[in-house]
Design a protein around this ligand. Structure first.
Ligand code: ZN
Length: 111
């Protein structure tokens, strides 16, 4: 279950000091057509707090997050999905799609 209370405190009965018991950081991802999901403690949660499968659009956004940020919410960067080139039929990682297309343009200019 998602908790939006990132910091949980307790008051020490003896010293009356406030102590931080635990932190539960979360990352909110959102996309206009899909709303928001939250990543926390290795889980993915809908806005209402229930656990859900990581949607593909959220996985795409996670590839832009730093390893440190993902580690805080106990996630790893999802493997990049592949894209198949219409020109040469080669399957390349989605993250280098633009580079690949540009390489074909260069080839054309060279001929
Ligand atoms: Zn190609």
């Amino acid at each position: 279950m998602l908790t939006k209370r990132v910091h949980n405190y307790t008051i020490n009965a003896t010293t009356r000091q406030v102590q931080l018991v635990e932190t539960k950081p979360y990352i909110r991802l959102s996309q206009r057509d899909h709303g928001s999901v939250y990543l926390q403690a290795g889980g993915c949660f809908a806005d209402a707090g229930e656990a859900i499968e990581l949607p593909e659009w959220a996985a795409e956004q996670m590839r832009l997050l730093s390893d440190a940020a993902l580690k805080e919410v106990q996630w790893e960067r999802p493997a990049a999905s592949e894209w198949t080139c219409d020109t040469c039929g080669e399957a390349v990682a989605l993250t280098v799609k633009g580079v690949h297309i540009a390489s074909h343009r260069r080839e054309k200019k060279g001929n």
